[in-house]
Design a protein around this ligand. Sequence first.
Ligand code: NAD
Ligand code: SER
Length: 335
Amino acid sequence: MTTTQDDSQKLLCLSSQHYPMEKILVIGAFGQLGTELTISLREKFGTDQVIASDLNEGRGDVMDGPFEQLNIMDDAAYQTVLKKHDITQVYHLAAILSAKGENDPLFAWRLNMDSLLRVLESGKDQVKKIYWPSSIAVFGPDTPSKLTPQTTIMNPTTVYGISKLAGERWCEYYHQKYAVDVRSVRYPGLIGYKSKPGGGTTDYAVDIYWKAVEGSNFECYLKPDMMLPMMYMDDAVRGTIEIMEAVSDSIKVRSSYNLTGVNFRPDELYKSIIPYYPDFKISYAPDFRQEIAKSWPRSIDDGRARTDWGWHPKYDLTKMTETMIAGLKSMLIEQ
Ligand code: NAD
Ligand code: SER
């Protein structure tokens, strides 16, 4: 049987219906995660297919592509950006994190919740797929702290954790009630060198590398034995794109998946840096963030993510320290 020109046209139409050209909006693109995720999404989908957005223009590689100045609290502005770019997927990263949220809890609640509901609403019509991150902050002091299960007692104590837990419930609700294809993971503390973190309890694990490479000493606001789940940024970005690319039926958890990378204490992190900077010194002055950290898990069971969509972390503490120090050194030399 020979294929006519008409048949070829039909096949082309069918395949473009099946795999439509994705147009992706990243909200909060100049944050710690957004900076790296936007670049990876552009490598995968093409620069012009990924629109970076944030409150203000930023600097660096993210500006080498389309950008929209967008306050996600402004509904009209969000609708305009969706229509202007025919957006099909949204990665909604804008949020107030755990430590900063405690300074103004009502503002953190409004931003974290209202923005999520706005994005979920857009998933009822134009937007076909939504990514929204949750956090280990959904857990609290009543949660089993070792190998914390996917489904367990939560009872978070920070406004950030409360907003993430409520957000998870909304994601599942929109999926069940309106078939919105929303996907989420509960990140542990994220560690990367390309941008500084924005107000989390786990930020010490980024700041310590900056201090070591700059030749200063480091004062840690957590106790030396405060073990927490963490993840190197490349793992986080890869996991995010993997869950978004997975076949919809394989995503069985529509609240948010537990995800694990590497668990360590401040004194263990410090020891991993010493071979590179033998004179580097650490001191400890625990503040309110120690209490927040204590309420979170020590380690996480991410078996569901492994089974459902094949999650597997690649970075341990040694590899992370080697990569962080090399990356920071080359970045500081370039500046
Ligand atoms: P970040 O604070 O570094 O970045 C947030 C970005 O959102 C900033 O660039 C900020 O300008 C932008 N933003 C704030 N308000 C906005 C608004 N009204 N409109 C548009 N943009 C706005 O945060 P991050 O570390 O990149 O975290 C990204 C997401 O991942 C958040 O939802 C956070 O809760 C989640 N998360 C992060 C971590 C972590 O360790 N970094 C861990 C767990 C979950
Ligand atoms: N790393 C984040 C924080 O400390 C957890 O979501 O707030």
